[in-house]
Design a protein around this ligand. Sequence first.
Ligand code: FEO
Length: 388
Amino acid sequence: MKKVEIKKGIYYVGAVDWNVRSFHGYSTNRGATYNAYLIIDEKIALVDTVKAPFATELLERISEIIDPSKIDYVISNHVEMDHSGALPEVMKVAVNAKVVTSLPSGIKGLTAHYGEYDYLGVKAGDTLSLGKRTLAFVGTPMLHWPDNMVTYCPEEKLLFSNDAFGQHYASNFIFDDLVNYDEMMHEAKKYYANILMPYGKQALKALEIVKGLELDMIAPSHGVVLRSHIKDMFDLYETLSKGECHEEAVVVYDSMWSSTEKMARAIVEGFALAGVSAKIYDLKANHISDIMTEVQTAKYIAVGSPTLNNNMLPTVAAFLCYMRGLSPKDKYAFAFGSYGWGGQGVAQVDEELTKMECQMICDPIKTAYVPSKEYLREMEQTLKEILN
Ligand code: FEO
């Protein structure tokens, strides 16, 4: 994408990463963007940078507008390297720039990554005048790192929200009304599930602050700029940050010889008998980050594994490790699986779900070797009774 003037004198100068398919383990099926913005005023400010491999692109885009050596401030809303990775290259050129970041976590984080610069530490409520425009800093600590902040420009009714309201969504358009709405909202939901879900309380608090601002545009550091669907995004964040769930179930499993798979199919039938919509996810065919996108709004989760070498399958262990890190709240759960002679796999699944403080709705459902048709029909009825 070329530079885009998103408001008079304010430019998108970031980079589109069309081909990235894994963002530290999160599957980015639609690519990603690292958004940076250049504000031309009496003082010139660059809001965030990009991932290191895109530094040249960033500087080329800036150079189409001004000489990068004229940058007065680099605003670093977040230390994580998808936003700060190009800072060393920018600072080689912007030799007089101050790096504006949160106090103390931003300075501590940037120093640990890149060393000393002319830092200007800011706290929530601090402002910086660029001339005609003001930048006001709003702390959003632990959303999702200690250093996170967002930057608000009241004269433009514009919020630079960094990770918040972002989507891993590559596009040749920068505005939300120019891309597919359903794709964009799905990627926002997936982003929340996989990046922000553990920080629901902080997200809700930040949302209340942001909703109190006069806004006609939100410029996140991933995905498209919001100018038409701000309310929809607020509504989505409110639902997700409150952990609101639907009367739905997600059945996640891996299977060796299809016995655990047969049980998974019986379980969705049992949910159907109880009037609960349920979806099956085979871990061989689905990415854990896509599964967690569905788990976040489902009331029920059932996780199945056979036993391999006295353990649950490694794919199931990896999913549960990932899920535990994201700390989904208020889930009703149970474990299931077939086994040959030990049955430790399903017991481990049950233990992990219990550690996550899921409400276990029944003891682990397990069967030796291959479940009979009668056993599967009995499972369906049992589940229906438990749910009713
Ligand atoms: Fe987009 Fe937390 O970095």
